[in-house]
Design a protein around this ligand. Structure first.
Ligand code: NAP
Length: 310
């Protein structure tokens, strides 16, 4: 059996929240590891342009991720690759297992796994994944230069990423299931001024159509008139919200009925020594700034928790 790796703090997820906890906790001289199933930065890596993170007028997600990583690791915090499959409480310690069979042990675990895109759940979505169906404009937008794209959703992500896609596509049609957008007013104003962006309200996608090679369009249903229709498109970008990435923590009794982690105001869950930060938390606002704020609070709290256990 592989040897257990011992730390003071194990942070699961190296997004903005996790990296900030790493910065604060390692600066307090704690031995810290950030575990992530992919590249550090989390959803920053799928975000083209960020204009609402203080200190930056407009910054690209991957660039901000790199800057945060440099800050997070300057006092010795480590980053390790691994998909966490289980967290167990073992007395005062917590045991974290990865899919590569590694075991990490620490008195403190900070959950910062964030969220994943929600699927639309219609026929054709799986089939045409990577062949015209995408959840990431910054990753896949360049394949659709001069093409007509459909964006599904009416929140900040749909509008913001739709705007980004107008820089590449000939036209972006946003299909919104209700009669209004959920996105913040400033984004709505910007989108409404963009001649390449069109909104079609009260419209759900019922199927994604394609030929042998790629997406050719979507089948639609008008939720007001009950009419069914079709819309030709070369690609479909889906932004219908997020689901929490909390499967490995399901047995700990710390999740709400939607699967988000419940914490108090200092990011502590109901289990002493287990904290949660950022998007994965049951919280009214999911932003880079809030994840960073959560991370700072958790970083300071874990230091106090460890001192109190000595
Ligand atoms: P969201 O705010 O949950 O919005 C999801 C959108 O998808 C809503 O318009 C929703 O419609 C629609 N939807 C849900 N299920 C659908 C379905 N089956 N078919 C069609 N439409 C469906 O998700 P998000 O836009 O990804 O944002 C997630 C969080 O990140 C939010 O807190 C957001 O504020 C934040 N965020 C912020 C920024 C920013 O500040 N610049 C950028 C991106 C994201 P209904 O309105 O009818 O429910």
């Amino acid at each position: 059996m592989a040897e257990e790796k011992k730390y003071d703090v194990i942070i699961i997820g190296a997004g903005p929240g996790g990296m900030t906890t790493a910065l604060y906790a390692s600066r307090a001289n704690l031995k810290v590891v950030m575990l992530d199933r992919g590249a550090y930065g989390g959803n920053l890596n799928n975000t083209a342009s960020i204009v609402n993170y203080s200190g930056f007028k407009d910054v690209q997600g991957p660039e901000l991720a790199e800057k945060m990583y440099q800050g997070a690791t300057q006092f010795g915090a480590e980053y390790a690759y691994g998909t966490v499959t289980k967290v167990e409480v073992d007395g005062a310690n917590k045991k974290v297992t990865t899919d590569m069979g590694e075991t990490y042990v620490a008195p403190v675990v900070v959950i910062g796994t964030g969220s994943d895109h929600r699927k639309l759940g219609v026929p054709g979505e799986e089939e045409f994944g990577g062949r015209g169906v995408s959840y990431c404009a910054v990753c896949d937008g360049a394949f659709f230069k001069g093409k007509h794209l459909v964006v599904v959703g009416g929140g900040d992500s749909a509008v913001e990423e739709g705007l980004y896609l107008t820089q590449l596509a000939s036209k972006v049609t946003v299909l919104v299931r209700r009669g209004e957008l959920r996105a913040q007013p400033m984004l709505q104003d910007e989108a409404k001024k963009n001649p390449k962006m069109e909104f079609v309200f009260n419209t759900s996608v019922t199927e994604i159509m394609g030929d042998d090679v790629k997406v050719t369009g979507v089948k639609t249903h008008n939720n007001e008139t009950g009419e069914d229709g079709e819309l030709a498109a070369d690609g479909v970008f889906i932004y219908v919200g997020n689901i929490p990435l909390t499967k490995p923590f399901a047995d700990l009794g710390i999740l709400d009925d939607q699967g988000w982690v419940k914490t108090d105001t200092v990011m502590q869950t109901s289990i002493p020594g287990i904290y949660a930060i950022g998007d994965v938390r049951e919280t009214p606002l999911r932003q880079i700034a809030t994840a960073v704020g959560d991370g700072a609070i958790a970083g300071q709290q874990v230091y106090q928790y460890i001192k109190s256990q000595e």
